[in-house]
Design a protein around this ligand. Sequence first.
Ligand code: HEC
Length: 713
Amino acid sequence: MRLGLALLAGAALVAASGCDEANRPPLPITAAEVNAAAIIAADQRPGVWLSHGRTYSEQRYSPLKQVTAKNVTSLGIAWSGTLDTDRGMEATPIVVDGVLYITSAWSVAYAYDAKTGQRLWEFNPKVDRSRGVLACCDVVNRGVALWEGMIYLGAIDGRLIALDAKTGEKKWEQVTVDQLQPYTITGAPRVVKGKVIIGNSGAEHGVRGYISAFDAKTGEMAWRFYMTPNPDKQPDNAASDKFFAEIGNASWGDNGEWTETGGGGTAWDGMAYDPDLDLLYVGVGNGSPWNQPLRDPSGKDNLLLSSILAVKPDTGEYVWHYQTTPGDSWAYTATQPIILADLKLGGETKKVLMQAPKNGFFYVLDRASGKLISADKYQDNINWASSVDLATGRPVEAATARYDEPQMQIPGPLGAHSWHPMAFSPDTGLVYIPAQTLPSVYAEMENFQFRPGAWNTGTDFTAAALPTETAARLAALAAAKGQLVAWDPVAGKPKWTHDYPNPWNGGVLATAGGLVFQGALDGKFRAFDAATGEPVWEADTGYPALSGPVSYEIDGEQYVAVTAGWGTALPLLGVTGVRDGALQMASPAMGKIVVFKIGGTAVLETDAPFPPDPTPLADDFGSLAMIEHGRELFFNTCVFCHGDNARSSDIVPDLRWSQVSAAKDTFAEVVLDGKYASTGMASFAKILSPDDVESIRAYIINRANEDAAAAPP
Ligand code: HEC
């Protein structure tokens, strides 16, 4: 009888959602009503975006279909809002009840009226900005979670903060990391069964990764799951104890740098949840140090580095894992976005989990068992491994992959795909991957010494340096490119691709209107026909729109929202690409949230670029040995922010043309005394001597004079 009623109710639901959708009355929901039932039934409310990937399956597919290939050309800007900083923008908005919640760099959260663009509140957690030097890839934040009227924010200093969704007022906060260690948080929390799940980052500097679950109401910690063993292989009194005692510990040797660095394995981005199987899936990051012979000379697999982990969300109990890159030595994280879907495979509908991790293979797993179904290259030039053995689940590595000799390899540490969200359309059955080719040289660092608080990858970044000579540099940069790949996960190959001249393009949104939206590094936001890949629309966002776009509906109008700005790991490249034979450099500009609708007429204000004056402010000084010493230190300490060969995008200052570099004292005030610590440039006094710092300055001045001499008149 009960079963019959439930079936009837189910039938009614199907009938309701099947009836003339254009006239479907919107099912209202307030922020206070966002809970498990609401997120599980997200498809009943296509007009809102309740969780990071819209649904727990994180498909980033909007059922809205007012905007189609036919009318997309009349899409215009409805409103835009400044996000108050020129540092990296990576957040996916959450939208409910006419309010859009977004985060900016430095973990600042905002609420906007989603229709008018009026700012409703701002919450600044006032993080200690000297911690900015601990963020490997800019002080970014990927967004908030919403649950029963509260907003959850992970801050770059390791706090998890709960805010009142209405006012932005702080309700509670928890420090989720040992703040004496170089931990940061950039990822968006997820809320599952009343628990806020959050991971962390810091594997480049040296930390032990984990995820934790906190009670959404009280902030009390429910459980923690470590991704690497306790250095003495003893239990932690954590949810992961059983896994390490039975499986994990044996995959690590007893000595090696990991016992000091923590081994890495940070979970800084991808997660998904299957309410039917009651499994929470988490992507796990690279090793620390990267270089495996230094990390763990035993050469074992080092679980759970570069793995996908399934646990029970109530307790953190281990269920299964799949390791994409055993014994990772290349920063091939498996933290990339995870998508759950039901696919027809060999006449059978299978519940699968899909991921395109950094290592360049697209994985389809049975998400109940963790068993590998398929793994195929989604960029055809991947050369670290030839294939993945489906019987053992292990990659077939190239003989040279482990860089006994310096090795140019594809992909490099930024991956064939990084954090930029991918999307899946159940209409086309395709996964849309923001992929790229970014080769890099891997070389072992000689005489590695762990430097607390600094980069500790155990690889030599001077070997990966691009030549300074312009033609060779342009050629090397030209090899880097981007591609939007519409991947058929059943056939294991692309259905269509769209090429970009530059890598590092934006996250993707798929819609029931038959469109795929993606921003690119060239400052354009585009729509493609989801089935054919034909570009059908583009708009100028002024800045790269790299974050995950979302779609929502208010008063019968469909909106598409995305953030735009510079920053992210771009300063790492120093340039944004090559166009018409010239280097394209970023210039500082405030990040923005940009929102489109049909007939939108707002105009985006873009800041005028102000290129620095390329005149050296000091004469060359120092012996060749001093300059070489400075170059090595620069490449292994400063390059990540101040740019390859000391050419930076100027989002952080280009040191070649900086007044500060002109004199020994002013340079030392910043680099040793921490003069600008409060704005993101901490003191390096713990790891650099005054002589080291002066050597770095000699190298920078040398670079400035070299470039000024090479510049065309
Ligand atoms: C994690 C990023 C990061 C790293 C690593 C880093 N810096 Fe900085 N640096 C910054 C930022 C951000 C600023 C700008 C601070 C400001 O504007 O107040 C800055 C500013 C500076 C300045 C002042 C320039 C000016 O014109 O105001 C100097 C000099 C400098 N850095 C030198 C170095 C040196 C030398 C290293 C390596 C030993 C280094 N930095 C490593 C982020 C970084």
